[in-house]
Design a protein around this ligand. Structure first.
Ligand SMILES: [Zn+2]
Length: 99
């Protein structure tokens, strides 16, 4: 987080932990520029946690089929397709380089 005090040494420049906007506050621990961003960040964290748990549960369910010879290749293909989809999303958002 970018922080800088003004000449009076009271206001501190912050970067909103959700939207990234710059804002000034006298509180050194200020994290969000608005109550809306605080609320959105809370909802986002809850949603991300739940989504990650669902993904992990689905991965575990698919992996169970890897132990059955006749289901193994289909389960592996579903898992690879999911990995490719996640990688494509990361590439589209500039987080992962195109292979
Ligand atoms: Zn914000």
């Amino acid at each position: 987080m970018l922080q800088k005090t003004d000449r009076a040494g009271r206001m501190i420049r912050h970067e909103c932990a959700f939207c990234g906007n710059a804002f000034w506050s006298i509180r050194p621990d200020a994290k969000y520029d608005t109550a809306t961003c605080r609320q959105r960040a809370l909802r986002w964290r809850k949603k991300m946690f739940a989504t990650r748990q669902r993904l992990q549960r689905h991965a575990t369910e698919l992996a169970e089929y890897l132990d059955y010879p006749n289901a193994r290749s289909a389960a592996a293909e579903y898992m690879h397709a999911t990995i490719r989809q996640i990688e494509a999303e990361l590439v589209m958002h500039g987080i992962l380089e195109v292979k």
